[in-house]
Design a protein around this ligand. Structure first.
Ligand code: AMP
Ligand code: GLY
Length: 428
């Protein structure tokens, strides 16, 4: 199969590694990719010789047609919002990723709340505010801790959770000029990321993961795109009897109703529904949806996937997911630790060299997923905030963690930041 993967992060590198591990017969291409992805597969270029612009619907469609691509996999949200999936689908090219309308599930928190309400999906109360006075009234109504969110795409950084009313107001004021903000009820409990493949009608769950959103150990510091993750979540069995029972519950109460609702509205969701959940004392509630694979959760979910990924993605893209059995996962612990640049998330320092990757990759059970790297002559340099993911797998979390952190200790990047407590709570 000829597969074009759009995106440039560790999530896309993880998708590519899974496709490559599954079959050497696949021809995989990527755009724009990164240094790690370019070591693995060919980077797609347009007729002008420049790297294919993954956010240009016409350019991607022409490329896919001319190169007889069998499947396009859209990694990040930006091409979805730009309408790349719509353009491909119009030309009959199988694409894994929702159209612009359905992708609003991620792009607009107001849209997501409306769909959840219509579908009867459990979520916290939320108020949309356009002025400082409306914000203040909503903060007082919903109470502390305060949750304030930008209403558009903010790469996980548009959210503040704080007991400080002034900080909540100040955060809202930075986003009010660009539109409305959402003030939400605070939901207390464990956080779980659960992914569902959807062909617009049928839904198939993947295995749950937990993401570490805060920058610092012990969940201190600001929210980030995600500093690490692990999968599976052994403690789910204690609470729900088994992982399968939990997954079934979320399928029935969250994923299936949302997919049905979007279909009924004429905007079927074809791609990956990412349910961000909080296990409250009142039950499982949704805090957010994303319209794409999570990053860094994908880096720990896909290495455990036994069912061929290409078959699942193609079935979702072509409306035949019903014929696919439920995806199977290996009984393996997976841990990923994110290496981030100095200054991330507020103002990452870029351009610094990274060394020690070869030594890190020799640790048994370890592989690397590049997030923001580029070649500069012979050197590898960091080009963004989240630079690299070290992924460790093992029979148990103790082993997976030791491997990931052992490999990480071989890597050098001046000023680098990483958390030291990823998956510590489940390590044996
Ligand atoms: P989001 O961008 O909506 O995923 O929010 C980022 C993070 O903020 C989430 O992963 C949670 O840890 C936290 N958060 C967001 N909304 C809420 C909420 N309503 N209650 C508690 N924590 C929240
Ligand atoms: N890990 C959070 C996200 O992908 O949005």
């Amino acid at each position: 199969m000829k597969i074009l993967v759009l995106g440039s992060g560790a999530r896309e590198h993880a998708i590519i590694l899974a496709l490559r591990a599954e079959s050497s017969a696949h021809e995989v291409l990527a755009a724009p990719g990164n240094a790690g992805i370019a070591d693995e597969v060919a980077i797609a270029h347009g007729p002008d010789g420049a790297v294919l612009n993954a956010e240009d619907p016409a350019a991607v469609t022409i490329f896919a047609n001319e190169h007889a691509v069998d499947l396009v996999v859209i990694g990040p949200e930006a091409p979805l919002v730009a309408g790349v999936a719509d353009a491909l689908r119009e030309r009959g090219i199988p694409v894994f990723g929702p159209g612009r309308a359905a992708a609003q599930l991620e792009g607009s928190k107001t849209f997501a709340k409306r769909v959840m309400e219509a579908a009867g999906v459990p979520t916290g109360r939320a108020v949309r505010a356009r002025t400082r006075d409306e914000v203040a009234a909503a903060l007082d109504d919903l109470g502390s801790p305060h949750v304030v969110k930008a209403d558009g795409l903010a790469a996980g950084k548009g959210v503040i959770v704080t007991e400080d009313r002034e900080a909540a107001l100040a955060h809202a004021e930075t986003y009010l000029p660009s539109g409305a903000v959402l003030i939400e009820e605070f939901l207390a409990g464990e956080e779980v990321s659960l992914f569902f493949l959807s062909d617009g009608d049928t839904v198939r769950p993947l295995s749950p993961a937990q993401d570490y959103k805060r920058l610092e150990d012990g969940d201190g510091g600001p929210n980030t795109g995600g500093m690490g993750a692990y999968s599976p979540l052994p403690w789910l069995a204690e609470r729900f009897g088994s992982e399968a029972a939990f997954v079934d519950l979320v399928s029935e109460t969250v994923a299936e109703p949302v997919i049905r609702q979007l279909d009924a509205e004429g905007t079927p969701f074809i791609g990956l529904l990412y349910a961000g959940l909080i296990l409250t004392e009142q039950g499982v509630k949704v805090i957010e949806f994303n319209a794409r694979f999570g990053d860094p959760e994908t880096q720990v979910v896909l290495p455990r996937l036994v069912t061929p990924l290409s078959e699942l993605l193609l079935a979702a893209a072509s409306g035949t997911l019903e014929d696919q059995p439920r995806p199977e996962f290996a009984d393996l612990a997976a841990v990923t630790v994110v290496l981030a640049s100095e200054g991330y998330p507020a103002g990452p320092v870029t351009g610094r060299p990274i060394t020690g990757l070869d030594a890190a990759a020799t640790v048994p059970g370890v592989h690397l997923a590049h997030a923001a790297t580029a070649r500069d002559g012979d050197a590898l340099v960091a080009t963004g905030g989240r630079v690299l993911n070290v992924v460790g797998t093992g029979e148990g979390f103790g082993e997976a963690r030791d491997r990931a952190y052992g490999a990480l200790s071989a890597i050098r990047l001046e000023g680098a930041q990483f958390r030291t407590d990823i998956a510590a709570r489940v390590a044996d």
